[in-house]
Design a protein around this ligand. Sequence first.
Ligand code: SF4
Length: 369
Amino acid sequence: MKVNPAYQTKQQLLDLYNKPLLELVFEAATIHRQFHDPREVQMSSLLSIKTGGCSEDCGYCPQAARYNTDVEAHKLMTVESVIEQAKNAKANGSSRLCMGAAWREVRDNKDFDNVVEMVQEVNNLGMEVCCTLGMMNENQALRLKNAGLFAYNHNLDSSPEFYGDVISTREYEDRLNTIENARKAGISVCSGGIIGMGEAVEDRIGLLMSYMKMETPPESIPINALVAVEGTPLEDQKPIEQWEMIRMVATTRILFPEAIVRLSAGRTKMNMEGQALCFMAGAGSIFAGDKLLTTPNPEFNEDKEMFDILGLVPKEPFKDGVQPVSMPDAQIEARKRKEEEREAELKLARENAIQEGFEPRKVTSVESL
Ligand code: SF4
């Protein structure tokens, strides 16, 4: 049951969201137990592989180049450092790594080749690999899929009606297209939203209705609370009450019984009791590690303590799907072949030059260059 047939109209959904809180949690917990092991919560890590300097204008995002925030931009991490971070995350109990790049869209260049390699390497570590790289076309989705990508994250953020109040540089439709491209490539979809941006409850319901209309709704639905960052247009938004997060998690759980509902950004503003109610109401994943891309998140140790107190256990990878097989990437192979040929040509040219009596200059230290 991908979508719960008991709820179809906007009014039914609103009534559900506004139910007395404990009744809502009870209904969600009952459904959660039918489809999931309630003790298992997946620990996922989110790694910003390319930070800041984004050309988009998402009003909540400190990585947009046009806003004056404290985020330090850095270019794409190397494949080696991503592998190191992935190993650390795995050693700390994470079974999924989500790699985020602050791009408007994927471009077919060397950076994307490197991301493809990162996906291959992290998949080979036995972790679920998720990427969030902005918009992408079908061909790019296919390359990621063949590299071993398990999931692609692309959030709809809010309802179609409210979306334009927060983002103007790309349309809701663009987001739907990217989700469709991931779907066509056979990649599982992770897509959710942010609450606390000034939207009405109707907009939260509108977001969920967008997923209900899809032929196949997302397998993974992250629910975020806005982390208002100084310098962004939403900097003055008051933090939402944790009860709203609980309501949103519970409503999502009831509507999409099979999906993994992810309790994502904004946990630092919740206490353990609030988070416990979210787990009770069907949250099946948290992001672990002290940073969520660029915003604060509870430390690994705090989460471990919370798991012990609540009797939760970290979920193993690939319980919701088979591990993809990483295949060699044709474009990376072609590039490597070209680099090898170029290297061989240079070597031959050097050898020929030496035979003809040319003495290469000896470099003894970096200073002498
Ligand atoms: S949310 Fe993503 S696309 Fe939007 S500004 Fe931030 S990095 Fe760019």
